[in-house]
Design a protein around this ligand. Structure first.
Ligand SMILES: Nc1ncnc2c1ncn2[C@@H]1O[C@H](COP(=O)(O)OP(=O)(O)OP(=O)(O)O)[C@@H](O)[C@H]1O
Ligand SMILES: [Mg+2]
Length: 526
């Protein structure tokens, strides 16, 4: 596109639907992870005061990047939300934020906090009464499972995500025939909550789309096609992105450019999920726990989704009773949840210990031995090695570890008090009670209990699997090329492994009847 054309495309974005982030969100600690996901997807942004429509920035028309994220050397991390600030305030006014009460002091308060859950706040217990369980730990495990099934996506939600991504993908291909859109993050790992955003990346054959002009072009194109509203363009970050809301589904979407580390991470996380029973359940519980306390947003020092996954994975992989097969995690989710809160709320040595996931094997690593972590400005901080890059501390933006630790400790206290109390109670007194109640809160729309992931394929997962299969085939071919000086072609095809039908693919036949296959979600071959 000519310079004039570019200016035109940038001008066409100039309305109040487009905002540019001016604030780098850097702080004195140098934590500059930008989350940028507004806490309530249905509310207009509250950031209007610090941002302005494109037209108010004359620099833009000269093609100058105005975003002041230039020193951002962190990954742009993303989060989810379905709870509004209003709801949160109400919750605090109502005094239903019992964890705060529990944390505030004496045991009497803690006890009071633990005994007065309002059943309406805990919809996952509706028609799911486990009060007859002899073992209180079994009751808690069943309640964890109920919550997971309550929060898991139903058929309509999965289709909506598939369709939404299908539309964005088609628009990307229309704009750039040599480019394709891939999904990573929680949608590609089935670890999303109802309000979670979708993380995508555009990769092209030319590898030339990560620049300001391309970001504008894509934003303009999406807007023109009615696929994007509330657009933010964050052009000058270490990971430049476009953020927007797809108007039909109201799903928040983040698009980054020309990188595959997120796609690699999605594959790895799915492998962890397959090999680690209980991982999905505990991750979703912890996500919801932090989300309801506004502690999941990396932008404000919270713990992001990726860090939560690594934390829970390492916890389960090193849990003494799990690794010795003394307990089956799926039958002991309640105990494991309490153990998790105890470890990271009370016992973990944040000052000295880092979590390593090098070579896919979780272990504890003395911080002094992690070279890239130094110099350490604040020793009381969570440090988790990126499984894809051991130099990267994925939780370096989590500067509010103090509150996170307190919240975990409070949850441990509440759960243990509640378990003790209900264990002592008569069966008749237990009916309709919740154990998890005050720990997990769900303030979103009323949901059903339908986890319908087995009925509708998550196409982001299929597509990610295909992406990796194609890559490994290309790698095989490259390897052969090396041995055969690039020839002969015939030999190459002989050595190709027979096509395997993946687990997901075989599931496909079972669920065909439920699929909506016409949503144009067909990744291109590279
Ligand atoms: N600090 C980081 N360093 C490197 N990669 C990161 C970092 N944070 C996020 N990522 C990448 O982005 C992906 C999405 O991260 P995110 O924290 O949004 O988790 P998520 O699983 O999508 O959770 P959520 O549903 O809360 O958005 C991760 O799987 C990872 O590939
Ligand atoms: Mg995400």
């Amino acid at each position: 596109m000519s310079a004039v054309g570019q200016v035109e495309s940038e001008r066409s974005l100039a309305d109040h639907d487009v905002i540019l982030l001016e604030d780098s969100s850097d702080n004195s600690e140098g934590f500059d992870d930008y989350d940028g996901h507004f806490d309530n997807p249905t509310e207009p942004t509250t950031k209007q005061s610090s941002v302005a429509p494109v037209s108010e920035y004359p620099q833009i028309e000269k093609g100058v990047v105005i975003n002041q994220l230039s020193n951002n050397d962190d990954f742009i991390s993303l989060s989810d939300s379905e709870e509004s600030d209003g709801e949160k305030e109400k919750e605090e006014k109502d005094g239903t934020n019992v964890e705060a009460a529990a944390l505030s002091g004496d045991n009497a308060t803690k006890k009071q906090a633990a005994v007065t859950p309002a059943a309406g706040d805990y919809p996952w217990i509706t028609n799911h009464d486990h009060s007859k369980q002899k073992e209180i730990a079994d009751w808690l495990t069943l309640e964890v499972k109920d919550f997971i099934s309550y929060i898991s996506p139903n058929r309509v939600e999965i289709k909506q995500r598939n369709t939404t991504i299908g539309k964005i993908r088609a628009a990307v291909s229309e704009l750039w025939p040599d480019a394709d859109l891939h999904v990573f993050g929680s949608y590609a790992t089935d670890l999303y909550l109802p309000g979670s955003d979708i993380d995508c990346v555009v990769n092209s054959k030319g590898g030339d789309k990560e620049n300001q002009s391309s970001l504008y072009k894509l934003a303009t194109h999406l807007k023109k096609n009615g696929l994007a509203t509330e657009i933010e363009i964050i052009a000058k970050a270490r990971v430049p992105i476009i953020k927007f809301v797809e108007p039909e589904s109201r799903i928040h979407i983040d698009v980054s450019f020309e990188r595959i580390n997120g796609l690699e991470a999605a594959k790895l996380i799915r492998e962890w999920l397959e090999s680690t029973p209980g991982l999905r359940e505990l991750v979703l519980i912890i996500k919801q726990f932090l989300h309801s306390r506004r502690l999941n947003n990396v932008h404000t020092g919270g713990l992001g989704g990726f860090s939560i996954i690594c934390l829970v994975y390492s916890f389960l992989s090193m849990h003494p009773r799990v690794i010795t097969n003394e307990i089956d995690p799926i039958d002991n989710l309640g105990v494991l949840l309490i153990d998790f809160f105890e470890l990271y709320g009370k016992n973990f040595g944040y000052d000295d210990v880092a979590i390593s996931l090098s070579n896919g094997v979780p272990s504890y690593l003395p911080k002094r031995e992690w070279r890239e972590l130094h110099p350490i400005r604040n020793s009381f901080a969570l440090a988790i090695q990126d499984p894809g890059d051991r130099a990267n501390n994925i939780s370096r933006g989590t500067f509010n570890i103090r509150d996170i630790k307190k919240a975990f400790a409070g949850a441990f206290d509440l759960l243990t008090i509640r378990c003790y109390e209900l264990d002592q109670a008569l069966f008749s007194e237990r009916v309709g009670k919740s154990i998890l109640g005050n720990v997990i809160k769900y303030k979103g729309k009323q949901r059903d209990f339908k986890d319908e992931r087995n009925l509708v394929l998550n196409k982001a997962i299929i597509e990610n699997e295909d992406f990796h299969k194609k890559r490994s085939r290309t790698d095989d071919d490259d390897e052969l090329d090396k041995h055969n000086d690039g020839k002969p072609e015939k030999k190459r095809s002989k050595t190709k492994k027979p096509k395997k039908t993946s687990k997901r693919r075989s599931q496909a036949s079972q669920v065909e009847a439920y699929q909506e296959d016409n949503d144009d979600y067909n990744p291109q071959e590279y």
